[in-house]
Every structure is written in structure tokens, then in C-alpha cells.
Design a protein. Structure first.
Length: 565
């Protein structure tokens, strides 16, 4: 019969395996590889998001083995389990993309379910694709057991005609083909060369943005966000994480001790400096909600006024994450921000040390690099993530405006009730200079699932209209999107937000300086249209999408399904 050893580090597993009455539990665990001594050790769940449905996650089974080795070598007992992943890049522009944001909630629920059921004392969660990361973090915050997040790592770039490629290159090549700038043969060459192996999409898209945000939050070991998926550094990162979670157990240092308001402010600061994805707004709101901390859209505006965009990274810039890794990753940038007084250095991290202590010995970027700009020559003097309000977005909207597109756009609405309709009109040249493409009924409830609009925005860029048209939606944008775009418009059209009553020919202004999104229709006419509006029938009445639509909160609240309101 197993006897308990140090129940302070076995708070949960002791309830499952200690004592005479738990003999049936131990019997089942012998079958999966436990021996008698293992029952005396802290049990650490290794949440693996491995799957062969996407290159972002195809290697994570090996990383999970590395993390388990780290746990076992540090006198713990690792238990690997899986959760789901889906691929945004593969499903983009199809009905399947409606499951993307839903998967964040399923991942969070499934990790919470397994850890809660099995009595694991600590957790290492390993994520690769976009929704894996916030899904893991939501679960870790809910469970509040000693835990570390490990990023699966970035992909290396492809190459065509001496030009580096990634998945966004293929989306934009579709637009170029529609505009007869390239032929079928070149499109085929680009699609076969763009994704050379394992790892997450290579620019400062959502995966690399969220990995960086989580490191800044203090929930990953230093440099976890800036390592190639297939590398010795990533292997060591996993092994160190496995060992480090045992130390967190001994210190009784838990996620909510680390994921404080000041830590979330650090995450927002780093996302802005890197020029990160608009999805970071949605996911940071959701992660904060899971901790019980009230982070709002207005916090992004407040922090954005004093934090410049410094990184010249894709999609709006020139460089990939792999190239940022070569000059030191995000640690030197964080040191710059700390020295400038823009980060809270006293925040605890999963090393057991403060952020300032972690950064104390970090060296500056090499002389002559032009990837990370100095404070006196920023890409943009304030945030590229611009929170807009106005009669089209009473509860807020999120724009991604680097300044390269200009800061103000007024145009004529062309209205579409689904993404596919808009994409068709872009590719067949119905969309022309001066248009504001309006895509509605794509919000969390209306879609349902709040699809990303990478296909339409990439088609706009491929058609050469990036500076000549704007696109607004109650859906989301991929981290790979660039151009004059506004998403997360709330209230969404499906619940009767003003986006629902926009008509073809209406004038719309996006003003990043004034932080406004304005429909140039008088208030009386807006109210008349709203009075006549009728909610469409739900697109799904059974299954996970219908369940999600009934539970999900507004995008302005993070589009969460366990909201307290």
C-alpha cells in the first residue's frame, strides 16, 4: 500500500492514490507505467496539444516527452495527456473557421477537466497554434495549481525566388493571381514552398504574439517565445519547464500569484512594442477574466498612449520571428522597455524571480540591427492597436493601424452578410478604390464563432488595394492581416448593434487619431433603421456552435463562455 510523502507538494494526487481505499486507483495507474515509488511523488500533468492536423502542432508530442523527462528527472511523476487543436490556416475562409475561437474554450475546458479529475499537483501546458495558447492559459488560471506554459516554437521561413515565404504569402498570392500579377504555375510554386516543416506561422502573427505576451506575463521561462520549433533550445526549454514546475510546487507559487493586473499590463506593453496581433486584445481580456482581474479595452488605450511600436516584423514589417530569434528574441526588447520605465519589474514569474531579476543580465541587441527600432525612431510613436468608439461601435472596436496605411479613411460602404460574399466581390473586382467593405453577422454569436478575415484582407493586399479600401467587421482578423482594418465591432450585428443597419452607399469614417468609427447617417435615421431591424434566425441550432452562441459573451469582454455576468 502506498504511503503519503510530503502532502504539501501532493495536495491533489494524495487524494487520488493514498490509502487503502485508493487501491483500485493505484491498480489502474500501474497499467499505464507507474511503479510503487511513483505514488509518493508529485504528479505533473503534461497537457500536449499534439495533432497532425497542422504543422504548428505536429512536433509537440516530442516536446511533451522532453517536458516529461524534465519532470521525472526532478523527482516528479509526469503524466502526458492530449487536448484538441484546429488549424486556422487550413480552415480560413471556410465554414470550418467558425470552430476556431470555439476551440479556445474547448481546450480550456478539456485541460481543466483532465487535471481536475486526475488530481495532478502541477501542470506543464504546451501549445503551438493560435487558440492553444490562450486556451491553455485560461485553464491554468482557473485551476490555479503550480504551472508553466511552453510555446511549441516558430516555423522557419520558406523561400521562393530569394524571397522568404510564410502562410500569409500564399493568401496574398491568391489575390495576386486574381489580379493576373502571377500565373497558376507561380501560385503552385509559392504554395508548395511556403511551409517547410513544423512550427507556428512565422511572422508576428497571433501565435508568436501570444507566446510573447505569455512570456511577458511571467508564465513561461525566459526565451520560450523566441525559439524555433525544431531546435535544441526548444528541447531544453521543455526539459527546464518540467523541472521548474516542481520548484513552483515547493514554493507554492501559483498562476494567480503571477497573473496580476501589473503582469497583464506588461503583456499588453510587449504586444504593442512588437506590433502584435489584434487577437491579443481578445485573448488577454479572456485570460484576465479567468483570473478574476478586470482588464478592459480602455486599458489598451491607456497603455498604448505611452508605448511605441518598435518592431519591424511581419505582417506590416519586413522580418520574421526566426530572424528576431537570431538577434536575441524578445528579452532585449523587454530590457529596453524595463529600463524606460514601461514594464513593472517587480512582477513574479515562473522562475520564482521577478521580471527585473530575470532581465538583469540580458544583453542589448547587436549594433547595426534594424529589426527593433530605438525609442527615438519608432515605427509608430504609440500603439498600433487602436480602440475605436462611435455610433458604429458603442461598446468598442479594435483597429490595427501601423500608420503605413494612413491614420484616417472615409469611404463608401459595400455591405456583406458573410465573409464568402465579400471575398467573391474582392476577387471579381466589384470592390474598388474608396470602398469600405462591411462584413457583418460574423461575431461570436452571429457567426457563430467570430471568424478571422484573412482571406478577404489578403485578397485586398494581393489586388493592390491595401491603401485604397478599408474593411470593417464584427468578426476578427488573423495576426497575418494588414491594411486599413477594424474588427471586434461591438455590439455585434446579430444582437442588434448598429453594424446591422449599415446600407450600401453609406459614408463611414475610421479615424485612428480621434479613436472613432463613425457612420455618417443622422441619429433619427439610425434609430428608424434599428426599429425596423429583425434578428436573423440562428445559423446553428444544435451542436457545439449552437451551444457556444448561447453562452458566449461580447468580444468587448473577451468572447468567453464562463462569464460571470
Amino acid at each position: 500500500m502506498a504511503h503519503s510523502v510530503d502532502k504539501t507538494t501532493r495536495r491533489y494526487s494524495s487524494q487520488v492514490v493514498d490509502g487503502m481505499e485508493r487501491a483500485p486507483s493505484r491498480a489502474m495507474l500501474y497499467a499505464v507505467g507507474f511503479d510503487n515509488e511513483d505514488f509518493k511523488k508529485p504528479q505533473i500533468g503534461i497537457a500536449s496539444t499534439w495533432s497532425m492536423v497542422t504543422p504548428c502542432n505536429m512536433h509537440i508530442n516530442r516536446l511533451a516527452d522532453d517536458a516529461a523527462r524534465g519532470v521525472d528527472n526532478a523527482s516528479g511523476k509526469a503524466v502526458i495527456f492530449n487536448t484538441i487543436t484546429i488549424s486556422d490556416g487550413i480552415s480560413m475562409g471556410t465554414e470550418g473557421m467558425k470552430y476556431s475561437l470555439v476551440s479556445r474554450e474547448v481546450i480550456a475546458d478539456s485541460i481543466e477537466t483532465v487535471v481536475g479529475c486526475q488530481g495532478f499537483d502541477g501542470i506543464v501546458a504546451i501549445g503551438g497554434c493560435d487558440k492553444n495558447m490562450p486556451g491553455c492559459m485560461i485553464a491554468l488560471a482557473r485551476l490555479n495549481r503550480p504551472a508553466i506554459f511552453v510555446y511549441g516554437g516558430t516555423i522557419l521561413p520558406g523561400c521562393h525566388k530569394d524571397k522568404k515565404l510564410d502562410i500569409v504569402s500564399v493568401f496574398e498570392a491568391v489575390g495576386a493571381r486574381a489580379n493576373n500579377k502571377i500565373d497558376d504555375a507561380e501560385l503552385a510554386q509559392i504554395e508548395t514552398k511556403a511551409i517547410p516543416g513544423a512550427g507556428s506561422c512565422g511572422g508576428m502573427y497571433t501565435a508568436n504574439t501570444m507566446a510573447s505576451a505569455i512570456e511577458a506575463l511571467g508564465m513561461s521561462l525566459p526565451n520560450s517565445s523566441a525559439q524555433a520549433a525544431i531546435s535544441d533550445d526548444k528541447k531544453r526549454d521543455c526539459e527546464r519547464a518540467g523541472a521548474a514546475v516542481l520548484e513552483l510546487l515547493r514554493q507554492d507559487l501559483k498562476p494567480r500569484d503571477i497573473m496580476t493586473r501589473k503582469a497583464f499590463e506588461n503583456a499588453i506593453t510587449v504586444v504593442i512594442a512588437l506590433g502584435g496581433s489584434t487577437n491579443a486584445v481578445l485573448h488577454i481580456l479572456a485570460m484576465a477574466n479567468a483570473t478574476g482581474i478586470d482588464i478592459s479595452l480602455d486599458d489598451f488605450t491607456r497603455i498604448g498612449k505611452r508605448v511605441p511600436m518598435l518592431a519591424d516584423l511581419k505582417p506590416s514589417g519586413r522580418y520574421s520571428m526566426a530572424e528576431l530569434i537570431e538577434i536575441g528574441g524578445i528579452q532585449p526588447l523587454m530590457k529596453m522597455l524595463l529600463d524606460r520605465g514601461l514594464l513593472h519589474g517587480d512582477c513574479l514569474t515562473v522562475t520564482g524571480k521577478t521580471l527585473a531579476e530575470n532581465l538583469a543580465e540580458v544583453k542589448a541587441y547587436p549594433e547595426g540591427q534594424d529589426m527593433i527600432h530605438p525609442f527615438d525612431k519608432p515605427i509608430k510613436k504609440d500603439s498600433h492597436l487602436v480602440i475605436l468608439y462611435g455610433n458604429l461601435a458603442p461598446e468598442g472596436a479594435v483597429a490595427k493601424i501601423t500608420g503605413k496605411e494612413g491614420l484616417c479613411f472615409t469611404g463608401t460602404a459595400k455591405v456583406f452578410d458573410a465573409e464568402e460574399q465579400a471575398l467573391h466581390s474582392i476577387l471579381d473586382s466589384t470592390i474598388v478604390k474608396g470602398d469600405v467593405i462591411v462584413i457583418r453577422y460574423e461575431g461570436p454569436r452571429g457567426g457563430p464563432g467570430m471568424r478571422e478575415m484573412l482571406s478577404p484582407t489578403s485578397a485586398v493586399m494581393g489586388k493592390g488595394l491595401g491603401k485604397d479600401v478599408a474593411l470593417i467587421t464584427d468578426g476578427r482578423f488573423s495576426g497575418g492581416t494588414h491594411g486599413f482594418v477594424v474588427g471586434h465591432i461591438t455590439p455585434e450585428a446579430y444582437v442588434g448593434g448598429p453594424l446591422a443597419i449599415v446600407e450600401n452607399g453609406d459614408k463611414i469614417t475610421i479615424d485612428a487619431d480621434a479613436h472613432t468609427l463613425t457612420l455618417h447617417v443622422d441619429e433619427h435615421e439610425i434609430n428608424r433603421r434599428l426599429d425596423r431591424w429583425q434578428q436573423p434566425a440562428p445559423r446553428y441550432t444544435r451542436g457545439v456552435l449552437a451551444k457556444y452562441a448561447r453562452l458566449v459573451s461580447s468580444a468587448s469582454k473577451g468572447a468567453v463562455t464562463d462569464n460571470l455576468d
